[in-house]
Design a protein around this ligand. Structure first.
Ligand code: SAM
Ligand code: DTB
Ligand code: SF4
Length: 318
């Protein structure tokens, strides 16, 4: 585990591995108990995503349809106009989203692009929505500008364990990611940081990811757990989908290791059954992406989510 941002690991990899290996009923009971001590288990935080700058990314993340290295059929676009983004945010608010997350396929933002992103943040905030952006690596000056614009959350994922990371991404290091996370934290912006499972990693890598997240100086306020969406043209296109019950285990372990964080059941919901999603909620997931699209791939449709909430007697957090 990289040491520069970790004083004393709150959770060791072995401890998290032991959680993942618990009998399923024991694991779920522990996760539910931790969840209820901090949250109303019937409430789900809902965020809507918008890709404000799609495709043509210089990074080589092996899972990503937006990397310029892969032929995925994703069309590269320029940064959207501020007004067009605000119109999407208004629509998301009307559909019940509490947070609006804007994503850009950048290695890191350029200064003139950040001007527009800051205008988007200010405009979205004015609507009474929480704001989140994910723009790649940030230096201290950039985090300061985003904070001044009113940014509530910055999403930057560690993606996997430090050991497996190099098998998926070669164009920036794990330490680069930790440095950006430290800059975001130091600027007083809430951290949204999680990872992807189902990329061919082992149980030990899943434990390594959760232990690293839980042992950050301050754990992330929001922890997205994505199931790989295998996209044609990416190196991971042929990756076998993660066994749903194994995914539930990862959610439960994240919940136990980070009791105060929102754990988001993120990408991959479209491919999941209602029953698997319900188990994720029981295991402590209390946030989702709401809306028919993630960044470039389809999300579970809003009408299906509404029906699922109704069946489970659950509702979006207001
Ligand atoms: N370019 C910025 C970056 O990578 O920091 C921000 C956008 S990037 C698309 C945000 C996150 O989406 C990635 O870190 C990754 O965890 C997730 N992601 C991308 N493609 C995915 C896929 N096919 N399946 C699951 N998660 C994915
Ligand atoms: C996160 O952890 N998952 C979201 C969000 N943060 C930006 C992105 C998922 C992207 C899935 C693939 C796509 O739609 O392009
Ligand atoms: Fe670029 Fe982000 Fe996709 Fe990596 S995950 S290729 S940095 S858009």
């Amino acid at each position: 585990m990289p040491e520069s941002h970790i004083v004393a690991p709150r959770w060791s990899r072995d401890e998290v591995a032991a959680l993942l290996a618990l009998p399923f009923p024991e694991l779920l009971f522990r996760a539910m108990t931790v969840h209820r001590a901090q949250f109303d288990p019937t409430k789900i935080q809902v965020s809507t995503l918008l890709s404000i700058k799609t495709g043509g990314c210089p990074e080589d993340c092996g899972y990503c349809p937006q990397s310029a290295e892969y032929e995925t059929g994703t069309k590269a676009n320029k940064l959207m106009a501020v007004e067009a983004v605000l119109a999407e945010a208004r629509a998301a608010k009307e559909k019940g989203a509490a947070r609006f997350c804007m994503g850009a396929a950048w290695r890191s933002p350029k200064d003139h692009d950040l001007d527009s992103v800051c205008d988007m943040i200010a405009g979205v905030k004015e609507m009474g929505l929480e704001t989140c952006v994910t723009l790649g690596m940030l230096n201290v000056e950039q985090t300061g500008r985003l904070k001044a614009a009113g940014l509530d959350y910055y999403n930057h994922n560690l993606d996997t364990s430090p050991e497996y990371y190099g098998k998926v991404i070669t164009t920036r290091t794990y330490q680069d990611r930790l440095d950006t996370l430290a800059n975001v934290r130091d600027a007083g912006i809430n951290v949204c940081c999680g990872g992807i499972v189902g990329m061919g990693e082992g149980e030990d890598d899943r434990a390594g990811l959760i232990a690293t997240l839980a042992s950050l100086e301050v754990p992330p306020e929001s922890v997205p757990i994505n199931a790989l969406v295998a996209v044609e043209g990416t190196p991971l296109a042929r990756q076998e989908r993660i066994e749903p019950l194994d995914f539930v285990r990862v959610v439960a372990a994240a919940r136990i290791a980070m009791p105060k964080s929102y754990v988001r059941l993120s990408a991959g919901r479209e491919q999941m059954s209602d029953e698997a999603q319900a188990l994720c909620f029981l295991a402590g997931a209390n946030s989702i992406f709401y809306g028919d699209k993630l960044l470039t791939t389809p999300n579970s449709e809003t009408s299906r989510d509404e029906a699922l909430f109704a069946k489970l007697g659950m509702s979006p957090e207001s």
